[in-house]
Design a protein around this ligand. Sequence first.
Ligand code: ASP
Ligand code: MG
Length: 406
Amino acid sequence: MALLVCKFGGSSVASMDKIKNVALRLKDMQSQGNELVVVVSAMGDTTDDLLALAAEIGDKFSTREMDMLLATGEQQSAALLALTLNSMKCPAVSLCGWQAGIRTDGVHSKARITGIKAERINNELATGSIVVIAGFQGISPQQNITTLGRGGSDTSAVALAAALGAERCLIFTDVNGVYTADPRIVKEARKIDRISYEEMLEMASLGAGVLQPRAAEFAMHYNVDVEVLNSFNNESGTIITEGSKMEKQRIVSGIAHDLNVARIALFDVPDQPGVAMTIFKVLAENKINVDMVIQGGMRSNRNDIAFTIESDELEKALPLVNDVVMKIGASGMSYGKDVAKISIVGAGMQSNPGVAAAMFEALADANINIHMISTSEIKVSCIIDETEVNKAVQALHNKFRLEEAE
Ligand code: ASP
Ligand code: MG
């Protein structure tokens, strides 16, 4: 008998019909002898709707109250699923995060799970029930309800799978798995059968969207086998596992792109020790994450420095950077949200020189200008104009022949 953790995202529980579909599927899995712990997201756009309601009050929120509000979305879907299962003569019990023993730190709206006390879950499982848990939430040391950041139910599921020693964590969503590129852009994009934790983490944080990056991190850390699959069909999905369990690693596994990128450039920055520190310290103190940095060629002891941040942070960053421009005596700045990041990801590129060159060649052949470049062992990223993204994704998919089977 296998213990499985199954997570159903908002699109999979968006209506009562869909909840019924989920319940039938779970009943079937249970009849095959599996013990089931189920994690649900809020129905459809519920979380966005709740955010919109609060926005009518103003824009200065108590994050504690916001967590109290947002956590109700998952509580609804958990109860509705348990009721539906019961109506099918399938014993089930729903639990809020705190009832399920999910403990977090006290950082409201982006809390981290610090531990799971699984006693209650195990007791409920022992009665033969399916245990349905509200995702995205936990309880802080101050006994307040916390939420784990947007998309956080993925992390709830992976953390539960780790804590319970589940055989696998199944993430049910509305696509068939992780693709070699966004199928809305590249029609030959192919579902990836297996991908390593490291690659998935890069794909997830580069905007591939099927799994919250923190969930991929958790899975890697606790060695949880995860499968991303479609709740609306019976096809096998993408298995995310240890690289060493994979027969061979492709040089490039996938192309990720991220539109949530803004650029800031500072001109004629004096070439002195401590200048870069002044700029980036201010951003760090204000919790603004800097991604890529480039320092341009020097002219008469002056440099240009450009960097990228998330688009949503631009409004917050501009006045801070403007102050720095004055302070260090730079001649000015420019900025914009008109750029995007495109990346190739693949564990096999560590041992294959020339992969970056092939990427630049593909972009050059497509007449796409590269503004910034960064690399790690398993990825190469370029900042390009946002308007060129679709063309770039397609060009790279062709270049690395990702339509060909593994
Ligand atoms: N309902 C939350 C959100 O929309 C959490 C989740 O779906 O995982 O972000
Ligand atoms: Mg989600």
